[in-house]
Design a protein around this ligand. Sequence first.
Ligand SMILES: NC(=O)c1ccc[n+]([C@@H]2O[C@H](COP(=O)([O-])OP(=O)(O)OC[C@H]3O[C@@H](n4cnc5c(N)ncnc54)[C@H](O)[C@@H]3O)[C@@H](O)[C@H]2O)c1
Length: 367
Amino acid sequence: MHKVIIYGAGSIGNHLAHACRNKGWDVLMTDLDPKALQRTREDIYPSRYGKWDPGIQLRGMDALPNEHFDVVIIGTPPDTHVSLAIQVLENSSPEVLLIEKPLCNPSLEGVQKIVDLQKATGSFVAVGYNHTLTENSRRSARIFANNTIGDPITISARFREHWGGIFGAHPWLSGPRDTYLGFFERGGGASGEHSHAINIWQHFARLVGAGRIVEVSATMDMVDDGVVKYDRICLINVKTEFGLVGDIVQDVVTEPAQKAARIQGTKGFLEWFVNYKSGHDALRYWDGKGEVRQELIKKTRPDDFKGEIDHVEQILNGGDRAGSPISIERGLETMLVIAAAHLSCRNKRAMRINFDRGYTPEAVELL
Ligand SMILES: NC(=O)c1ccc[n+]([C@@H]2O[C@H](COP(=O)([O-])OP(=O)(O)OC[C@H]3O[C@@H](n4cnc5c(N)ncnc54)[C@H](O)[C@@H]3O)[C@@H](O)[C@H]2O)c1
């Protein structure tokens, strides 16, 4: 049985604890805040999954056992990810270290060290872009592989969702100023919080052979009241190394939410939806000849994380690391676009991502 430790007993910590328990794994959750551990046992876990699971161990950070964990999950706020990840990799070598998205703040500070430590320890480091591993994304990959839509012409992706839902799930927070969400420099705002859109754009671009994003031009609607400073709307135009152009929209204002992507090809198109209608993801696609096909995919919120944890299990069993859609390199490609979007907005200029410079702030330069 695999042993898992989860740092951060908040919203994502509970989702991933539940997904790991469904595999029969041994789970320990820890948190800086004792109230978070209490809320997990008395409120979050039982209200989401029906009852508390006494098989989950809850421990304060000062009472952690000195044991090897096969899987370490970092489910804390983005501005704590890098130092925690470095600490984990320096003190132990878990088979898998899964860090939640976004990997860090837009300064990218310290991330190269995680990449270096991954190499030195042999651990597989992943970033939690779980939407690349849900059933709608797996089916999309098969449709692209069958060349149903022809050659790609453009890709569009959007995660537009009012963050009332997030605050609803965190009733102890009074608003964005109480958390990283209200501070883009800590990894909050629409650019960081809804970076699933950038990531799924990149995932599909890779699947259709369009390459990596190398040019970024962004416009943001910034909220700055002297305390909070975050983008509530983040509009990004991008171009890949092979010349494909497209757009990405992320916001924290749209109600009801829209989470979708569209790939237009020379023959037809594919549209990918999260929560297309209650309890369902969906795909719509067309090969340019017959009817537009629509597939509804029944799912629950726990299913959003099932594919990700199945994938972690495959990695534990020796599965392909290099092609993993949640590898740290993929998470870093997304971080580079977030960093470039902020610089583009500030400079009112398009930015270029130069991958020869590694995962450093210097990789992003004026076009
Ligand atoms: N993949 C997804 O769909 C998804 C969903 C929700 C959240 N997330 C991501 O997960 C991360 C956490 O979000 P959340 O909503 O769960 O936040 P949260 O506030 O609900 O939980 C975070 C917990 O981490 C604890 N914490 C803070 N610093 C710590 C440290 N150094 N060591 C141990 N514990 C620490 C806090 O006390 C808190 O209980 C964010 O990066 C967020 O973007 C991803």
